[in-house]
Write a protein that binds this ligand. Structure first.
Ligand SMILES: [Fe+2]
Ligand SMILES: [Fe+2]
Length: 317
């Protein structure tokens, strides 16, 4: 490795400029970036399943149209992100194989089941809300294609959060049974939402390097605290109780204190033992297998029109 290249890279990062695909970058930076973007892309794609579960059972045409639009947005997010990972030399077929083979992760939150329509609202409010906290700082990621993809994704995520919160407000103005459904969904999704920020800082050995590289802008605990501070007043306005007896405002810190997260549960879900891991990956594999003819047809079309369409050989795998 030439010293000049390393110096140029360090300077680019120090000046808060972007690293672009053509630029030299350390192997560790490239590998970390691929891992992060692939994991993010997989989360968008797997994340379509829990809510997709309710599309055919939406309670009205309006709710169905909103949910369809939201789930389609998540597919789009996955596509932008796979494209961003491809600029680093990762193959789309290879990333899909790694997801299905359990060698690349996706967010632990999508391994929980969706038991009622209130879950659609709570996922929008809390899960997309947590995603926004995580993702807004990524619009300033040092890797250009990722940072640019995040700008559009964050705009769409804020629609997701609002549609969820509006659905919950409507249900809370409904019957006692509807209010109970909302409270039950909040009880099930609150703690897994806090886990979305990753392990506590003391247990997150890569944070320091990622912050140095401008890949990460805040620590897991900082983002988790920001999410709690944001969610408590929203829960009050909604009229639901967050399932944490230790949750209270701390005047000295200027933040809400909250109880301990069950990190054993988090580790079990990450290791593949959450309630829906097997089902989620099996469904993804089935969809990929059933889509083989589409990929083959696209390749055949590309071969017939080599001037007009350029498809990477990777697309066929
Ligand atoms: Fe998304
Ligand atoms: Fe979303």
């Amino acid at each position: 490795m030439s010293v000049d290249l390393q110096e140029h890279f360090d300077e680019t990062i120090a000046h808060e400029r972007r690293i672009e695909p053509r630029d030299w970058m350390p192997d560790g930076y490239r590998a970390t970036m691929i891992r992060q973007i692939a994991q993010h892309a997989h989360s968008e794609i797997i994340g379509m399943q829990p809510e997709g579960n309710w599309i055919t059972r939406a309670p009205s045409l309006r709710r169905k149209a909103i949910l369809l639009a939201k789930v389609q947005d998540e597919a789009g997010h996955g596509m932008y992100l796979y494209s961003a990972a491809e600029t680093l030399g990762a193959g789309r077929g290879d990333m899909t194989a790694k997801l299905i083979g359990g060698r690349q992760k996706y967010s632990s939150i999508f391994n929980y089941p969706t038991l009622s329509y209130a879950d659609v609202g709570v996922i929008g409010w809390l899960v997309d809300g947590a995603a926004i906290c995580n993702q807004v700082p990524l619009c300033r990621s040092s890797y250009g294609p990722y940072a640019r993809a995040m700008i559009r994704i964050c705009k769409e995520e804020s629609f997701h959060q609002r549609q969820g919160y509006e659905l919950l407000l409507t249900m809370m103005r409904g019957t006692a049974a509807q209010r109970e459904m909302v409270q039950d969904a909040v009880n099930r999704f609150w703690w897994p939402s806090l886990m979305m920020f990753g392990p506590p800082d003391a247990d997150s050995p890569n944070t320091a390097q990622s912050m140095e590289w401008g890949i990460k802008r805040h620590t897991n605990d900082e983002l988790r605290q920001r999410f709690v501070d944001m969610s408590v007043p929203q829960a009050e306005k909604l009229g639901v109780t967050l399932p944490d007896p230790l949750l209270r405002w701390n005047d000295e810190r200027g933040h809400y204190d909250f109880g301990p997260v069950d990190w054993d549960e988090f580790k079990a879900v990450i290791a593949g033992n959450g309630p829906c891991n097997t089902q989620r990956v099996a469904r993804r594999k089935a969809a990929h297998d059933e889509g083989a003819w589409v990929r083959e047809a696209a390749m055949a079309h590309a071969r017939k029109n080599p001037e007009r369409v350029r498809v990477s050989p990777e697309a066929s795998s």
